[in-house]
Design a protein around this ligand. Structure first.
Ligand code: IDP
Ligand code: MG
Length: 141
């Protein structure tokens, strides 16, 4: 059993696709084990996006991600990390197949509906970044 960190990005919030995206996660059998609404400030974004913080597009990404409150969620399930990445599709929404979350609801490479952890190591770090220990369910039910 794995856990992964999801962020419903500002475009998903503004366009009211949260229910659709959660529906896909629920259909896949994943359980919500943590959830909260947060406005992400530049310091936590610089940490979360450290792997792209020196890229030319970073200021635009930071402005986008801090533009309105987002929902951060912890999901649990078998192979949930890779399976959620597969449900999302590739980073660039324009290259994502129809039927994927980014292909159906995304706009471009920056404005792409949701974040999801990409490995077990990153999932652990990202869950700890956004959730205090007491904010996550210890068991699924
Ligand atoms: P991921 O979200 O699919 O894991 P990452 O490579 O980790 O993609 O990039 C983090 C986020 O940075 C992306 O989700 C997207 O919002 C933004 N981003 C990535 N590459 C580009 C780019 O080339 N131009 C603009 N924004 C980008
Ligand atoms: Mg990533």
């Amino acid at each position: 059993m794995q856990r992964t960190l999801i962020i419903f990005k500002p475009d998903c919030m503004e366009q009211r696709h949260v229910g659709n995206v959660i529906g896909r996660f629920e259909q896949a059998g994943f359980a919500i084990v943590g959830c909260k609404l947060m406005r992400l400030a530049p310091p936590i974004l610089r940490e979360h996006y450290a792997h792209v913080a020196d890229r030319p597009f970073y200021p635009m990404l930071e402005a986008f991600m801090s533009s309105r409150p987002v929902i951060v969620m912890a999901l649990e399930g078998e192979e949930v990390i890779q399976r959620v990445r597969d449900l999302l599709g590739p980073t660039d929404s324009r290259k994502a197949a129809k039927g994927t979350i980014r292909g159906d609801f995304g706009t471009d490479v920056t404005v792409n509906v949701a974040h999801a952890s990409d490995s077990e190591a990153n999932a652990r770090v990202e869950l700890a970044r956004f959730f205090q220990p007491g904010e996550l369910l210890e068991t699924r039910n």
